[in-house]
Design a protein around this ligand. Structure first.
Ligand code: SAM
Length: 241
């Protein structure tokens, strides 16, 4: 099993508390405004933070995620009845015709396999109306972000309402080509239990992503910076013609 951080109920329940600064989503809200999107599909919606922000603003929001425990957290939040939640991924969506598809917080990197990535792009294309856009971010591999992921830089003691104090840190366990594997460790003070979550991310090159988007029928309109993480991210804006 992998990515327990999203799939284990106890870890999904503390995801938001351990990463409370969601100013990364401001840029996505501005993109929704920029393109006048009224219906948005958030792929890899996780605990639903972005989909709920959209619904609050009167946008028709659909959130899809393969991690049921994260979706359960989303479904338990105030206003969640205004969002359509789908358990699964972009490869198996019901018929949709949204104005915008988003993948926030580097979801694209979670989709490691070549076939899964291709099928995700195919699925998002099918979910868009002609003229609609796919916007997603991925860490610029040139910045080698994983070199700064270690116990010292990540160590935190967080007092989580309802869960107690949680000690957490990350360690990189393997770097192989584009694939970076790392392990988060969580120690719960309330019962002394330790849980771990192993993840692998793919750090794709810009040209490779542009080619893949083009092959799936998208027109790449722009590759932007993430304003809250200058120089670190590639934010793709791709249009279904
Ligand atoms: C870092 S979390 C980001 C969650 C959310 N987008 C946010 O901004 O908080 C990555 C999410 O990607 C989801 N994920 C993993 N593989 C996926 C796939 N193939 N398709 C869609 N989502 C996926 C995980 O379940 C997890 O919820």
């Amino acid at each position: 099993m992998a990515d327990e951080g999203f799939t284990h109920p106890r870890l999904a329940a503390i995801y938001d508390a351990l990463d409370p600064d969601r100013s990364d989503l401001d840029a996505y809200l501005r993109i929704v405004e920029e393109f006048g999107a009224r219906e948005v599909l958030d792929v890899g919606c996780g605990t639903g933070v972005f989909a709920l922000l959209l619904a609050e603003r009167g946008i028709v929001a659909v959130g899809v995620d393969p991690a049921l425990a994260s979706l359960d957290v989303a479904r338990g939040k105030p206003g969640s009845e205004r969002v359509r939640w789908i358990h699964g991924d972009a490869r198996e969506l019901p018929p949709l015709r949204v104005d915008l598809v988003t993948m926030t917080a580097n979801v694209a990197q979670q989709i490691v396999g070549a076939d899964a990535w291709r099928e995700t792009l195919r699925g998002t294309y099918a979910a868009l109306r002609p003229g609609g856009r796919l916007v997603f971010e991925t860490r610029d591999p040139a910045r080698r972000a994983w070199e700064e992921w270690n116990r010292e830089t990540s160590y935190a003691l967080t007092d989580v309402p309802g869960a107690g104090v949680v000690e957490s840190w990350v360690e990189v366990t393997c770097v192989a080509g584009q694939l970076v594997t790392f392990r988060w460790t969580y120690v719960f003070a309330s019962d002394g239990r330790t849980l771990t979550s192993d993840s692998t991310l793919r750090f794709r090159e810009r040209a490779e992503i542009e080619a893949e988007l083009g092959a799936r029928g998208f027109v790449v309109e722009d590759v932007r910076d993430a304003p809250d993480r200058p120089g670190k991210e590639l934010v793709f804006v791709a249009r279904r013609p």
